[in-house]
Structure formats: structure tokens, C-alpha cells
Design a protein around this ligand. Structure first.
Ligand SMILES: Cc1cc2nc3c(=O)[nH]c(=O)nc-3n(C[C@H](O)[C@H](O)[C@H](O)COP(=O)(O)OP(=O)(O)OC[C@H]3O[C@@H](n4cnc5c(N)ncnc54)[C@H](O)[C@@H]3O)c2cc1C
Ligand code: SF4
Length: 475
């Protein structure tokens, strides 16, 4: 819990960013971590609040025992704090960098507008544990003789693989791409999380006995049946990759792209991977319009600035949220309020309550403008409010509708939920096909890294229980 009176004495502090004018000159991470003493101060702000909503159902999806590790950090026992943190979260250095921190929304101190800087303390513990060499492979003492195949090496597949290998199963992860990490490697830019953090965990998992098979698009290059015939259980963690329909004309014009190919290309460039036959997409010297209001849109904005865009405008169909939430009606749940990502703060022009009507092009088929209109509360265009925004590059970042259904899921023929995600409940994680389980975005729809880690862990427990009759794995 930290220091009983800490919250009265110490102000909330978060790591500082490099100034925007400096950080857009490179693609790497740009936060200046707090010194050890200042992190201890932040942990000390965790008070004896009785009911710690931060790690309950409204807070951290992996139920990190936040007051416990705050207290350990406050008392200088960083190694025990790291052990505690890893007991609920396989990859806290991922969440410490990228999680939107619902725990902080749920923190009791947030009623006063200054929650404990939980995510900052989490990242500090995780990074220190890695630097100090406390993170070692945990090799199972006994082998069970059972084998599990996992499709997809995003955070859900990684968490499940690590949990299953640690209880002695032979684990094989099949991944379409040349490297592991899923959207953390190919979607999320380095400026939010550099890839060496993923590489570190993959090396740890390989030492724990997990075998990764890259370049294997299951259901396309190799039938899913192969995996089902040769393993005792199969877990599908293929993500939610089918983009939402933009619902406007002009999508065929040159210069109009979905966000993912754009972000994937930049990640491949930085990772030294070939772009193959794909035409390079770049924002250098261009007027860019990003359609959409979420994380992906922000990542497009930050990438465009780093590539040398002249101007970046973001179109969000939602109304501009209030500067401050109504805490008494929303706490401890996630609140709607004006949030500005580091990428938006780099100079994006933000337009709210605006819908995209068409992308307009010239005679050569190159996009030149986005035709927009103001929208009402039901998101319908208000007649007479049309206007144009100059755009040589238009990036559609309106999210993913459901998993890719062709290939693997077609072959499986399992039940889908009404949104076309692969159906499985959140206790057994079983699909409607015997021996096949599902977790992460493929099951729940597009979500967050921390939810993928939770589902991977819980699915691993269910599989272990089914294979062995008993399990020591936590839910
Ligand atoms: C641009 C972007 C930014 C984001 N930013 C954040 C953020 O800041 N914070 C946050 O918490 N979340 C963020 N998210 C969401 C987060 O990345 C996802 O919720 C999370 O990665 C889902 O994990 P997953 O393991 O379920 O799936 P994924 O990460 O999508 O991994 C699925 C893996 O399965 C592989 N695969 C799919 N089909 C097959 C097949 N048939 N055969 C073999 N392999 C296959 C894919 O190649 C991929 O590697 C972001 C998402 C995007 C797109
Ligand atoms: S994983 Fe996310 S929700 Fe959980 S403690 Fe860390 S920042 Fe908070």
C-alpha cells in the first residue's frame, strides 16, 4: 500500500517525454524514466484504501496485485516486487509501456483527479528486473508428454505458450510472419515500444522449451488438420485482422490505404525486413489525413510526422469529449474525457464530429482531398456542412471488424459469435470443435495487450486442466 500519508505529501509524477521537435526526428522510444527515488515516491502515494479497485474487475484485467508491489517498492524490495508482478503478468514491460491503464482510472485516488502512477511503477519494476538479470527462464522440472499447438504469436499466444511450457507441455507456436509478437511487432510503432522487448521474451520462452515455427500461415500454407492430428490441444490466437469497411467512395485511388499496411511497412523497414512486392507507402512531404480516433490512428499520426509529413489532420466521427469526466458517475469505470496521445501532441489537427463522405482524386487517379461533413449525434451528415481537406495520403484507421474468416477459420468450421469472432466462453476457452481453443482478439474482437495476456493465461489453464485433470496454473 505504500506510505499511509504519502498521497497527502507527494504529487503524482510521470516520466517526461523528449520534446516533440526532437522525438519526431527518430523512431525510438522517447520517455525519460523517473529516477529510482522518484518511482519510490510514486509507489508511496498508494494509500490504505480498503478496497483496491485498481486490481478488481473494474481495474487491471490481469489482476496485478498493485498495492502489494507498490508497498514492496516503497520498502526497497524491488526483486520481490518483480516476482509478485510476474505472478500475474507474463510481460509487464509490454503493458508498462502500452497499456491505457484502466487501473489508474479505478484507483481510489482518482476521485481526487490524481491517481497513483501505477503504470509508471509497473514499467520501472519490469525494466529493473530485466536489467538486474532477475528474469530467468523457468524450465519445467517434469515433462508431461503432452503437446500443444498455438496459432499466432501475439501477446495472447505468447502468454499461453509460456504458461503451458512452464508446466511441462511441449509447446509449438505457428506464426504466419517471419517474427513473433503479432500486432506488438508489426502494428505498434517502435516509438511506443521497441522490439527488443519482444525479442527478450521470445529468447526466454525458447529457453523454456517453446518452439516457434515462422512463415506458417495455417489454413493457407498448411492445413489446421495437421496441427489437430499431431497435438493434444490446439489454441487459436490469430487476432482480429479483418478491417472495418470505410463506407466511402474513392478507396481505389492511389494514396488511400488502410492503416495496417502502412504501419506494417514502417515496422518492417525498421526491422530490416523486405517489403517484398508491396509499393512503399510513405508520408514524406505529404498532406496526410487520418480517418479514425483510436490507438491505431494515433500510431499513424506519429509515424507520419516521423516520416516527414507536411501536415496531419485527424478526422474523428465522435463528438469532442469533455475536458474532465464526471467522476462521481463514472468512477471506477473507464471514463470518457479528452485524451491527447503523445502522437496527437506532436502537431496533429484534430477534427471532431466529422464524417468522411468521399476521397476525391485527380485525373491520374491520385487522391487529392477528403470530402467531409459535420455529423449530428446519430453520426448522420448535416446537410450544407460539407468541406474538403487536402490529402495526398489518406490512412483509414477505423479498426477491425472480426478475425479473417478465409483459410484457417473456414477450414475449422467452428461456431462464430454474432460479431463473427470465434466463439468460446471465458472459462473454458473451448471453441465448438473438440480439442480446439481460442483466446485474445480472435475470440473477443479487437482489444488490448493486457486483455490478450489475460486470455492467453486463462486459456492455458483450461487446456492444462483438460489434459492433466488438475492444474496449478492461476486463472
Ligand atoms: C496499430 C495498433 C496499435 C495498438 N496499440 C495498442 C496499445 O497501445 N495498447 C494496447 O494495449 N493495445 C494496442 N493495440 C491492440 C493490441 O495490439 C491487440 O489487442 C493485441 O495485440 C491482440 O493480441 P492477440 O495475441 O490476440 O493478437 P495479435 O497481436 O493480432 O497476434 C495475432 C498473430 O496471429 C498471427 N496469425 C493470424 N492468423 C494466422 C494463421 N492463419 N496462421 C499463423 N499465424 C496467424 C498473426 O500474424 C499475428 O502474429 C494496438 C493495435 C494496433 C493495430
Ligand atoms: S497491466 Fe495495465 S491495467 Fe494492469 S496494472 Fe499495468 S497498466 Fe494497470
Amino acid at each position: 500500500m505504500g506510505k499511509v500519508t504519502g498521497f497527502l505529501e507527494i504529487e503524482r509524477e510521470e516520466p517526461r517525454y523528449e520534446p516533440a521537435s526532437d522525438r519526431i526526428r527518430h523512431f525510438g522510444e522517447f520517455t525519460h524514466p523517473l529516477s529510482e527515488g522518484r518511482v519510490v515516491d510514486q509507489a508511496a502515494r498508494c494509500m490504505d484504501c480498503g478496497v483496491p479497485y485498481c486490481h478488481g474487475d473494474t481495474g487491471c484485467p490481469v489482476n496485478n496485485q498493485i498495492p502489494d508491489w507498490n508497498d514492496l517498492v516503497y520498502h526497497g524490495d524491488w526483486e520481490e516486487a518483480a516476482r509478485n508482478l510476474h505472478s500475474t503478468n507474463n510481460f509487464p514491460e509490454f503493458t508498462g509501456r502500452t497499456c491505457p491503464a484502466p487501473c489508474e482510472e479505478a484507483c481510489t485516488l482518482n476521485l481526487e483527479d490524481e491517481p497513483v502512477a501505477i503504470k509508471t511503477v509497473e514499467q520501472a519494476i519490469a525494466d529493473r528486473a530485466i536489467r538486474a538479470g532477475w528474469i530467468k527462464p523457468q524450465v519445467a522440472e517434469r515433462r508431461t508428454g503432452k503437446t500443444v499447438a498455438i496459432v499466432g504469436s501475439g501477446p495472447a499466444g505468447m502468454a499461453a505458450a509460456q504458461q503451458l511450457a512452464r508446466v511441462g507441455h511441449e509447446v509449438h507456436v505457428f506464426e504466419r510472419e517471419p517474427r513473433a509478437g503479432g500486432l506488438m511487432r508489426y502494428g505498434i510503432p517502435d516509438f511506443k515500444m521497441e522490439k527488443q522487448h519482444i525479442d527478450f521474451r521470445i529468447a526466454q520462452m525458447e529457453a523454456e522449451g517453446v518452439t516457434f515455427h515462422y512463415g506458417q500461415n495455417i489454413g493457407v500454407d498448411r492445413p489446421l488438420r495437421d496441427l489437430r492430428d499431431n497435438h493434444d490441444a490446439v489454441l487459436l490466437c490469430g487476432g482480429s485482422e479483418h478491417p472495418r469497411d470505410a463506407g466511402c467512395s474513392g478507396m481505389e485511388l492511389s494514396g488511400v490505404h488502410f492503416a495496417m499496411p502502412y504501419l506494417v511497412q514502417q515496422n518492417r523497414r525498421l526491422g530490416g525486413e523486405s517489403l517484398g512486392a508491396d509499393q512503399p507507402i510513405t508520408a514524406a512531404g505529404k498532406h496526410v489525413v487520418v480517418v479514425g480516433g483510436g490507438d491505431t490512428a494515433s500510431d499513424c499520426i506519429g509515424t507520419a510526422f516521423r516520416q516527414g509529413a507536411i501536415a496531419v489532420t485527424q478526422i474523428d466521427i465522435r463528438p469532442q469529449p469533455p475536458e474532465h469526466e464526471d467522476k462521481l458517475t463514472t468512477w471506477p469505470d473507464w471514463a470518457v474525457k479528452m485524451r491527447t496521445s503523445s502522437s496527437q501532441a506532436e502537431g496533429a489537427i484534430r477534427q471532431f464530429s466529422v464524417g468522411t463522405l468521399d476521397v476525391v482524386g485527380n485525373n491520374q487517379g491520385q487522391a487529392t482531398h477528403v470530402r467531409c461533413a459535420r455529423v449530428d449525434r446519430s453520426r448522420k451528415a448535416i446537410p450544407g456542412t460539407d468541406f474538403d481537406i487536402r490529402a495526398d495520403l489518406v490512412l483509414i484507421a477505423i479498426g477491425f471488424a472480426h478475425p479473417v474468416l478465409d483459410g484457417m477459420l473456414d477450414e475449422l468450421g467452428a461456431k462464430l459469435d454474432p460479431r463473427k469472432n470465434l466463439y468460446a466462453d471465458t472459462f473454458s476457452y473451448k471453441t465448438s470443435v473438440e480439442g480446439v481453443y481460442a483466446a485474445g482478439d480472435m475470440r473477443r474482437g479487437q482489444s488490448l495487450i493486457v486483455w490478450a495476456i489475460r486470455e492467453g493465461r486463462q486459456a492455458a489453464r483450461s487446456i492444462d486442466l483438460d489434459l492433466m485433470g488438475v492444474t496449478d496454473l492461476p486463472r
